[in-house]
Design a binder for this molecule. Structure first.
Ligand SMILES: Nc1ncnc2c1ncn2[C@@H]1O[C@H](COP(=O)(O)OP(=O)(O)OP(=O)(O)O)[C@@H](O)[C@H]1O
Ligand SMILES: [Mg+2]
Length: 248
């Protein structure tokens, strides 16, 4: 299968500050790729670079066979690649319903209703808050709304930056379950996650970054079996049983 996303020799950063160094990797369709690494290693910068929000000095971003290097975010989104930033990802003064309508503005009216319905089937928690303003939602509910909004655009690939950070374990587990469903719906997922163990248990493959460089790319189990890497970069002590659990 041809990869849906391919990054080739990417060097990127902010103005003169270079953050990413020669990053290459690829993601297959319907795959969940977890991007892990220490704070400040460039995980968010990588997602932003793919979405056209940083300065790219050299290298390529190929999405669905098309070179999208450095093109404008709204054009990338229209091609079916969406990005959920780490913070500020909903319109807080609008209601849940209005947020969803905004996110689906390009759909014809009849389809819009159906699309909202199908998104609510995936995230039923939002149903009771349809007429509440987004700022009245809890952190977890707001993340679900952000995810719902991203889905309104019918993406082929979705990039999530720490969707569960700051949430209670039960809610973050719920969000993780929903993310796995996205894969079943045929959507490819790139997820940056602070809780590396959790991400490696959910994802198919992993990309480990440190100081802006790729340290590892491969199956999550293969990374978990590299005890040197997971201890040094992720602070994890993996016991054999944990690794087996992760592969289950
Ligand atoms: N808008 C920006 N302008 C300038 N430098 C930035 C900007 N955003 C991030 N950086 C710098 O780029 C480097 C990588 O940051 P980035 O946010 O990509 O790391 P991260 O791996 O996502 O970290 P965290 O796990 O804390 O979210 C850091 O040194 C950071 O200070
Ligand atoms: Mg980050």
């Amino acid at each position: 299968m041809a990869p849906i996303l391919r990054i080739e020799g990417l060097n990127a950063g902010y103005g003169r500050l270079r953050v990413l160094f020669d990053i290459s990797f690829s993601v297959d369709e319907r795959e969940i790729l977890a991007i892990v690494g220490p704070n400040g290693s460039g995980k968010s910068t990588l997602l932003k670079s793919i979405f056209g929000l940083t300065n790219i000095y050299s290298g390529k971003v190929i999405f669905n066979g098309e070179d999208i290097t450095g093109i404008k975010p709204h054009i990338i989104a229209r091609k079916g690649l969406v990005y959920l930033p780490q913070v500020e990802n909903v319109f807080s003064k609008l209601t849940v319903r209005e947020n969803l309508l905004m996110a689906g503005y390009k759909l014809p009216k009849q389809e819009l209703k159906q699309k909202i319905e199908s998104v609510l089937e995936l995230l039923p928690v939002l149903r009771k808050y349809m007429d509440n303003k987004a700022f009245q939602l809890s952190g977890g509910e707001r993340q679900m709304l952000a995810l719902a909004m991203a889905l309104m655009g019918e993406p082929k690939l979705i990039m999530l930056d720490e969707p569960s950070t700051g949430l209670a374990p039960k809610i973050s587990n719920y969000i993780f379950e929903r993310i796995k469903k996205l894969r079943d719906m045929g959507i490819t997922v790139l997820i940056v996650e602070q809780n590396a163990m959790k991400a490696l248990k959910m994802a198919d493959r992993a990309l480990l970054l440190a100081a802006g460089k790729k340290i590892f790319e491969g199956e999550c189990n293969a990374l978990l079996s590299r005890k040197d890497l997971v201890k040094l970069y992720l602070g994890l002590e993996v016991s054999p049983s944990k690794a087996a659990e992760a592969s289950a």
